[in-house]
Design a binder for this molecule. Structure first.
Ligand code: ADP
Ligand code: MG
Length: 229
């Protein structure tokens, strides 16, 4: 579903990614782990075209998208929930979802209904302005908005960061409910949650892949060393 090969990225003259390879197969949940500042968000932004890689390729479902505009990637089926639960604070929950549907050029509201099925808690909040939701509710809305685009690959950057424990659980359940129907690329700091959800792991350090493999291959001691703050 997603094949990243030799990806390099930089901010000005500061190089951040060094030849990252990453594969996400259909229906699989791939988790990217690593300490703060190792380049996880830079990797996801490069995969989505929000940052132009300086080398390497990104292939989504057989189509090379390395230089494609972000909105076209979304239309192809790449959904992205950036770090820090971004929503339109002045718009209601309903309007946040509706605006996304319209941006996709669709009128059929079943995509909104399906997204709300994944986060039933939002159904009671449809008229509330997003800016008045809790951090966790905003994160649920941000994920629901990505679902409205009907992605075949959902990319999530630290969806549980700064979210209260009860909603962390709801978000984990939602990801579990979605997996299989779509592929998921997840950056997650909660190691226990990552271990529970992921089929494969990629551990980044200093902008390069230090370790990758299936959940069973993950050696705890090495992982803890690479993730220790
Ligand atoms: N917009 C930016 N401009 C310059 N440097 C940046 C920018 N965003 C991130 N960086 C730097 O790139 C490195 C990787 O950052 P990031 O991808 O956000 O890491 P992570 O998501 O793993 O915490 C860090 O050293 C960070 O300071
Ligand atoms: Mg980050």
């Amino acid at each position: 579903m997603l094949q990243v090969t030799g990806l390099e990225a930089a901010y000005g003259r500061a190089r951040v990614l060094f030849g990252v390879d990453l594969t996400v197969r259909a229906g699989e949940l791939a988790c990217v782990l690593g300490r703060n500042g190792v380049g996880k968000t830079t990797l996801l932004n490069s995969i989505m075209g929000l940052l132009s890689p300086t080398a390497g390729t990104v292939v989504f479902d057989g189509t090379e998208v390395t230089r494609m505009r972000t909105f076209r990637r979304v239309r192809l089926g790449m959904g992205y929930v950036p770090q820090g639960h971004e929503t339109f604070p002045q718009l209601t929950v309903w309007e946040n979802l509706q605006v996304t549907l319209e941006a996709m050029g669709r009128r059929d509201g079943t995509a909104i209904d399906d997204a709300l099925d994944v986060f039933p808690a939002l159904t009671g909040l449809l008229r509330r302005r997003a800016g008045f939701l809790s951090g966790g509710q905003q994160q649920q809305l941000a994920i629901a908005r990505a679902l409205v685009t009907r992605p075949r690959l959902l990319i999530l950057d630290e969806p549980t960061e700064g979210v209260q424990p009860s909603i962390v659980l709801e978000i984990a359940q939602a990801i579990e409910q979605l997996r299989g129907d779509l592929a998921v690329l997840l950056v997650e700091q909660h190691l226990d949650l990552a271990l529970r959800l992921a089929d494969t792991f990629t551990i980044l350090d200093g902008g390069a892949v230090r370790h990758s493999g299936t959940a069973g291959e993950l050696r705890t001691a090495e992982v803890e060393r690479l993730l220790a703050v």
